[in-house]
Design a protein around this ligand. Structure first.
Ligand SMILES: [Zn+2]
Length: 81
């Protein structure tokens, strides 16, 4: 067991479209990059489970995460006065 599952949910940039998204860092991704929901939906249509897990991690854990409301509001409040 690795500690990948325990890493915190962070704001990441989608490595596919560049949109901000939330997820956990996956060792096979560059630091700070993840996969957004819409790209996950799109890539899933043409790639299999093994590919998704190798490149992006576990769905719902590393990408496609449900972000707790509190974490979203903290992130948003940082940038605005
Ligand atoms: Zn994307």
């Amino acid at each position: 067991m690795s500690n990948q599952l325990l890493s915190p949910i962070k704001r990441l940039r989608c490595s596919c479209c560049g949109e901000d998204t939330f997820g956990r860092q996956w060792y096979n991704r560059d630091i700070g990059f993840g996969l957004c929901h819409s790209c996950a939906d799109r890539i899933e249509q043409k790639e299999n489970f093994e590919y998704m897990e190798r490149c992006y991690g576990v769905k719902g854990v590393h990408y496609y995460v449900t972000v707790p409301y509190q974490e979203v509001s903290i992130e948003k409040s940082k940038g605005s006065p």
